[in-house]
Design a protein around this ligand. Structure first.
Ligand code: NAD
Length: 355
């Protein structure tokens, strides 16, 4: 049984990681989360009563809080997912991204290093600091045959990806300079249940159902490599428990899709599962909007290394994963989704009561 700190555990991927660890292993989890707009304790409701689960509301920039939690919980593994994660927000206001993604990662590394120094030699050999990052650090790809590999040079395009790139470099430096046993993973775009509706897939599903426009940047030609979030969560646990310190693992689903294809697939699924009252297709709601500045055209991951070395492969295809996702949003539209859309999830979280 391992004791695992999961930072950002109330977010989209972090909550999938926590649900998966508590549901499928004997390990204990301590979530550290500031509960920004993206953190939602309702995404952890199914594990909240488990004695192996514990929650600490704290900012990863707060060294004193981190020291207290490390000393008290005594983790074997840190899985670091806390971040500002939305590219559009990083263009409107980069400051929070620099603070959380760079200064926060630095502060967490320093807290982990101080704690690591107190461990026995045996515990030091077991300890892991696993930093969860994105394929966006690599910039974009030129030719259709090209893929991001672990050796691909960094060339981030947005304030978000630049801040993640900086944090990846810090994590590797703490391994090289201070011998902290760190591992980095870089993953492609995730989708699935509990995804905050500012991101493409949940936004399109919920806007479609609400009769609103379905915004597509430019011509929708941007290509992303989509991975079902539960496949990512399984990969992360494998890396955290069996990965080799100092190594980087790319994680991806080999599901390259143009954004317009993703939107059209969702429309087709909704046409089948929840037809519009007027019998027309949800496709009619698609609206093309001005492209995002610096928008990368194509991302695609070569995930051969994690398959070869750790035996991971995704269980969902894009077709099976997107169907599950649309079904989840239909089933949770009046619950989790409504409370996120009207903001009551955060009012309740702050003890101010729901609407
Ligand atoms: P998210 O925005 O859904 O969740 C981030 C979580 O971090 C939230 O719960 C938030 O409250 C918390 N947080 C933010 N600032 C904090 C701070 N200063 N202190 C403590 N907690 C803080 O993000 P996500 O989509 O779940 O992504 C998780 C990680 O995975 C991020 O590091 C992201 O860069 C990386 N990633 C995401 C994707 C993707 O497609 N979503 C793909 C690859 C990598």
């Amino acid at each position: 049984m391992k004791k695992i700190i999961v930072t950002g555990g109330a977010g989209f991927i972090g909550s999938a990681v926590v649900r998966s660890i508590i549901g499928n292993t004997a390990d204990a989890v301590c979530v550290i989360d500031k509960l920004t707009y993206a953190g939602n304790l309702e995404s952890l409701a199914e594990v909240s009563a488990d004695p192996r689960y514990r929650f600490e509301q704290a900012d990863i920039c707060d060294r004193r809080a981190l020291d207290r939690i490390f000393t008290d919980f005594r983790p074997d593994i840190v899985m670091h997912l806390a971040a500002e994660s939305h590219v559009d927000r990083s263009i409107d206001g980069p400051g929070e991204f620099i603070q959380t993604n760079i200064v926060g990662t630095y502060t967490l590394l320093e807290a982990a290093r101080s704690y690591f120094d107190t461990l026995s030699e045996e515990a030091k050999r077991e300890f892991r600091f696993h930093h969860i990052s994105t394929d966006e650090v690599y910039g974009d790809l030129e030719g259709p045959e090209d893929f991001f590999r672990e050796s691909t040079p960094y060339a981030p395009s947005s304030p978000y990806s630049a801040s993640k790139a900086a944090s990846d470099h810090l994590v590797r430096a703490w391994k090289r300079t201070f011998r902290l046993p760190t591992i980095v993973t870089n993953c492609s775009n995730n989708y699935g249940p509990y995804h905050f509706p500012e991101k493409l897939i949940p936004l399109v599903i919920l806007n479609a159902l609400d009769g609103k426009p379905l915004p597509v940047y430019g011509t929708g030609a941007q290509i992303r490599d989509w991975l079902y979030v539960e496949d990512h969560a399984r990969a992360l646990y494998l890396v955290a428990t069996r990965g080799v310190p100092g190594e980087t693992y790319n994680i991806g689903g080999h599901n390259e899709k143009k954004n317009i294809e993703v939107v059209e697939t969702i429309c087709a699924l909704l046409d089948e599962l929840r037809p519009r009252d007027d019998g027309r297709s949800y496709r009619e709601q698609i609206t093309f909007v001005a492209d995002r500045p610096g928008h990368d055209l194509r991302y695609a991951i070569d995930a051969a290394k994690i398959g070869r070395e750790l035996g991971w492969k995704p269980q969902e295809t894009f077709d099976s994963g997107i169907r599950k996702t649309v079904e989840w949003y239909l089933a949770n539209k009046d619950g989790w989704c409504r409370r996120v859309q009207d903001g009551s999830y955060s009012r309740e979280r702050l003890g101010l009561g729901g609407k």
